[in-house]
Design a protein around this ligand. Sequence first.
Ligand code: GLY
Length: 364
Amino acid sequence: MPTVRVDLGDRSYDVRVENGLLARAGSVLTETGLRGKVAVVSDTNVAAFHADTLLQALKSAGYSSSLHIVPAGEASKSMKQAEALCSELAESGHDRRSFLVALGGGVVGDLAGFVAAIFFRGIPFVQIPTTIVAQVDSSVGGKTGVNLPQGKNLLGAFHQPSLVLVDPDVLTTLPSREYREGFAEVIKHAAIRDAAMLDDLANLDPDSQVLPAELIARNIAIKARIVEADEQETLGIRALLNLGHTIGHGIEAALPYGEMLHGEAISLGLRAAMFLSQRHAGLAAADARKVLTLLQHFRLPLQLDSGIDPQRVLQKLERDKKFEAGKIRFVLMEKAGSAHLSHAVTQTDLAEAVEILRQPYLAD
Ligand code: GLY
C-alpha cells in the first residue's frame, strides 16, 4: 500500500495511505516508535463515527489514552478552545512525554496541531485526517494554528506531524456535498503539478465515495514535494498551493460562515484564476476548460450567486492582500500541470474576474 515520505531532515515523516488503517492505527504508531500516553482530539461529528475504532486500536496496542472532543466547525479554531484543550490535557495527566492524535478534518488538524506545538513547549503529534481536503492538503506540511476575530490563521506555528495516517474508508461516511467539495483542492494539486491526473480524476464517479488509495497518495505526493522544496513558504513555491485561493478566500469572507463550503469557494476562485491565466499567462482555452469541466463533474459551483455583492468580495479581498503598486502576488497557470507566481494581475483584473463569475460558465 502506498506511503509518501515527506523528507524534511530530522522532521521527516511518512504519510501512509491504506484502506482500514484507522483500525490498525495502534500497531502502526508502535512501529513508528511513538511512546507515551495519547491525547486524542476530535470533534463532535467525527468522534461519533470513528473515535471508538481508534480508541480500541490504541488500547489493543497497549496505549493509555484520553479523548478530547471539541464542537464541530470553524469556531473551534480559537485561542480559547486551544487553551481549554491544553487545560484538559494537563488535567488528564499529560505532559511532555505524551503525544497527540488529531482525528478529524482541517479544523481539528489545525487546532490539535497548534496545541501539540505549544503544550509543554511542543509534543509530537499524529494526523488522522477524515476529509479529502485534510487528507491531501492540510494534514501534510505542518501548518497549524487558530483564528483571530481579525482574520483566519493569524496565530500559529509550523509543527510537522510525526506520522499521517490516511484511511480512504473514512470518506464513505461523509455527506455527499462535503465529499465532493474536497475535489477542489485535489484538482488544484493536479492543475499545478500533474496534468495527467486531471484525466484520471475525470474517470471517477463523484457519487461512489470510493477513492483509490493510489490516487490519494499521488495527490498527497504533489503537496509533499512542494513542502520539501519550501517548508516555510519563503521561496514562492509553497505559495503555488494558493491557486484559486485569492478570489476564493474573498468570496468565503464575504459570506456568513458555513454558507459556502471552502471547496465550493475555491472552485469559483479557480474559475477566476483560469480566466486571469488565459489573459496573463498564455493558458490555452482547452487547458482552462479541462480544469473547469472537472470542477463541474464534481458538481462544484462555477457561477457566483446573484445575491452576492461583487463589491463586497473585492473589499474582502483587498483587505486580505497586500497590493504593491496596484499589483498583487497571484498564482497563474501557464499550462495544465504547471503554475507560477505572477505580479501581472491588477485590481482592475480582479474586478473583471469577479464580474465573469457572475455569468454562467459556458464551455467555449
Ligand atoms: N494549504 C496550503 C499550504 O499548506 O501551504
